[in-house]
Design a binder for this molecule. Sequence first.
Ligand SMILES: [Ca+2]
Ligand SMILES: [Ca+2]
Ligand SMILES: [Ca+2]
Length: 213
Amino acid sequence: MPVEGRGYAEQLAQRETHGGTRGRPDRVHQTRWARRTCEEGGTPPPPPPGSSDLVINEIDYDQVGADTAGFIEVANTGSSAVSLEGIAVVLVNGGDGAEYGRKALTGTLAAGAKLVVDLDAQNGAPDGVALIDTGTGGLLDALSYEGAITAATIGSSTYNLVEGTVLPVDVADSNTVDGSLARIPDAKDSNDAASDWVFTTTATPGAANVKTS
Ligand SMILES: [Ca+2]
Ligand SMILES: [Ca+2]
Ligand SMILES: [Ca+2]
C-alpha cells in the first residue's frame, strides 16, 4: 500500500523533525508496526480483548427480604487466560430496554476461573444482563430473565438478550427461598437459555455452580 507507506514515512519524518515522540512509540506507531509485522509474516499482535469463552455463569438478583447481596458471576470457559480490559457487565431494564447499570471489568481471568461482580440487578419481570466487548460492541453473552428482552439499547446498538428459547418465567430467583439462577452443568453454554439455566437453592459466587432444590 504505497499511499499508506508514504504517509507513515512522512509522519515519522515530521515527528523526528519536531522531536516530539522520538523513542516513545504512540498508538499510531504501534498499530502500523503491528500491521507491517503481519504483512511480513512475523508474529501477529495479540488478539483484541473479548472472547466467546467468557460467559455470564450465575446471577443472584433477589435475596430473601431486602436485596443486599446481589452478584453476577462471569466465567472463563476457555483453556487460556482472557483479558477483561474493555469488557463490561451491563444491566438492562425490561420495561424500556434501557441500560440502568454497568460495571467495567479489568485485569485478566484465568482459564476456568470465575469472577464475582458486585452488581444488584433488578427483580424482573423481565430484566436482563449483557456481557459486552465495549471495543467492538460485540455481545459476548446475555441472559434475559422473567421474560424476553429482544431489543436492549446499550450505547448506540440494539441487542437481543434471548439466547435460543427464552428462560421460562417460573425459572426465577426468589424472595422467599435462598438461591440463584445458574448455568447447570457449571459453565454450560449451548446458546439456549431454557436448557442452560436453572434456579438452584445454593448460590456459589466464585465457585462452580451446583444444582440443589
Ligand atoms: Ca428480595
Ligand atoms: Ca437469590
Ligand atoms: Ca457459581
